[in-house]
Design a protein around this ligand. Structure first.
Ligand code: FAD
Ligand code: NDP
Length: 448
């Protein structure tokens, strides 16, 4: 590094993408700074994947208690739930993870700055009243929940607030039909909250396979969630301790809490982008090329702030591709095809590859295999859950184009299937694979 710079790389944002880039770059001997205005680990660790999954686990116990009776256990119907204990135990676990992130960064040699960083010029960053010269700058500032402009929007909360509620409400309205809306509908319903989901479209999780989203909707309704499709909120009013949610069909709902889960916008506020040539797209996300370089040659951006695929493993992979580009042989570019993903709804959904709708647009001759069955657990457990799996195959090449699953352990199963799809597996490879019996996953190798 030339003496004119304080750092080789200044990373803004210590979330999934920023931490990975900072510590891997520092560990190869570069001088790296990383700035974080909030808690280390970013959205995923503090108000995303991790606490969300802990809440999903918590919300599944009533069904497990119910199932346990058929398996010979007694008196689990008398279980009671303590929100404060769950919330505080979750917070303690997140604090432990924050400490691990601090140690990882310290051990790598990256210098951690706590505070809001601002870009003052193409190679100049300010934080806590001081300026630092950096040869390269990485923007990894993530996203922030977005609530549309409606009267009373300030009465609604977002997923950020869900993790530290002082008290669990008796009823809740959730607005949106994407990942966060359906995941929190399952969590709140499982914890005993009377839950209503309001979605403006006619299909929840609209980018997913249609058969699967129909199963998700049916499963959610079976578990007691009320779902209104083709409906939107026009305003929210406060009446003493209750909220009134007015809908575009003329009806109103009285509730204790309104959660808006209507997407997230790139976090570019007060970042000093005016001091650079960086360009934003219509959604306010930073425009980058295939090497994550912005319109300013010394400044790069990865993760939710570029709004390609808002998932933690994607932000981490983008970090690795960027490091390769900047400091190694620069041969890799990111492959955005066949990214597996799961929605931790109840029932759970996981998928890799093309939906039936996408496959039929891109290929002339496809076959679709389906299997819909009651999982063995529910035979004695006497729950309503079913399992649905679906595979889409290109008949010309025999390649498997997509695998989708709704049901218990879908995320765990599809992660393994995703490796086969990434490797270009054919239907004949699935057919010649021996199943593991008795399991749900064996259905994927016996589809006829
Ligand atoms: P972030 O993790 O958001 O990190 C950005 C960091 O930058 C933040 O810590 C922020 O405080 C900091 N920052 C912003 N501006 C500045 C500044 N000027 N100076 C200093 N610091 C700044 N993904 C999955 O793969 N699986 C899941 O199950 C999953 N569940 C989710 C559940 C919820 C409720 C939410 C909201 C998201 C979930 N996601 C999940 C998405 C995942 O959390 C994000 O895709 C991921 O965190 C993006 O990483 P990132 O590094 O781009 O940004
Ligand atoms: P999503 O993009 O998944 O869903 C947003 C929802 O809000 C859509 O149903 C959308 O409807 C609706 N919406 C948008 N604008 C409005 C509006 N003005 N009025 C009414 N409804 C509106 O975003 P989320 O907030 O659920 O999650 C953000 C991202 O975080 C996800 O896309 C995902 O990448 C990531 N995430 C990942 C998780 C996981 O991996 N399990 C879990 C949680 C989040 P429409 O479809 O009609 O546009």
């Amino acid at each position: 590094m030339s003496d004119q710079f304080d750092f080789d790389l200044f990373v803004i944002g210590a979330g999934s993408g920023g931490v990975r880039t900072a510590r891997m770059t520092a560990s190869i001997g570069k001088r790296v700074a990383i700035a974080e205005v909030s808690d280390l680990g970013g959205t995923c660790v503090n108000v995303g994947c991790v606490p969300k999954k802990l809440f999903v686990y918590a919300s599944q116990f009533p069904e497990l208690f119910h199932a346990s009776e058929g398996y010979g256990w007694n008196q689990y119907q008398s279980a009671t739930f303590d929100w404060d204990r769950l919330r505080d135990n979750k917070t303690a676990e997140i604090r432990r993870l924050n400490g691990i992130y601090q140690n990882l960064l310290d051990d790598s040699g990256a210098m951690v700055f706590r505070g809001r960083a601002k870009i003052e010029g193409p190679q100049l960053v300010s934080i806590n009243g001081k300026q630092y010269r950096a040869e390269k700058i990485l923007i990894a500032t993530g996203g922030w929940p977005y609530i549309p402009e409606i009267p009373g929007k300030d009465l609604a909360i977002t997923s950020n607030d869900m993790f530290n509620l002082p008290k669990l409400p008796k009823q809740a309205v959730i607005v949106g039909g994407g990942y966060i809306a359906v995941e929190f509908a399952g969590i709140l319903n499982g914890l005993g909250v009377e839950t209503q989901l309001i979605y403006r479209g006619n299909q929840l999780l609209k980018s997913f396979d249609r058969d699967c989203t129909q199963k998700i909707k049916d499963g959610m309704i079976n578990k007691g969630i009320s779902i209104a499709l083709n409906t939107n909120v026009t305003s929210i009013e406060k009446n003493e301790q209750y909220l009134t949610v007015n809908l575009n069909n003329g009806q109103s709902i009285t509730t204790e809490m309104v959660l808006y889960a209507t997407g997230r916008k790139a976090n570019t506020r007060d970042l000093g982008l005016d001091n650079t040539a960086i360009k934003l797209n219509n959604n306010n996300a930073i425009i980058v090329d295939q090497h994550y370089c912005t319109n300013e040659p010394s400044i790069y951006a990865i993760g939710d702030v570029i709004d390609r695929v808002q998932l933690t493993p994607v932000a981490i992979k983008e970090a690795m591709v960027l490091i390769n580009h900047l400091y190694a042989d620069a041969v890799h570019i990111m492959d955005y095809t066949n990214i597996p993903t799961a929605v931790f709804s109840q029932p759970e959904l996981a998928t890799v590859g093309l939906t039936e709708e996408q496959a039929s647009q891109q290929y002339d001759n496809i076959s679709v295999y389906r299997s819909d069955f009651k999982p063995m657990f529910e035979t004695l457990g006497k729950g309503s859950d079913k399992t649905f799996i679906k595979m889409i195959v290109d008949n010309t090449s025999d390649r498997v184009l997509g695998c989708h699953m709704v049901g218990h352990h879908a995320a765990e199963i599809i992660q393994g299937i995703a490796i086969a799809i990434k490797a270009g597996a054919k239907k004949s490879h699935f057919d010649s694979t021996i199943g593991i019996h008795p399991s749900t996953a064996e259905e994927f190798v016996t589809l006829k």
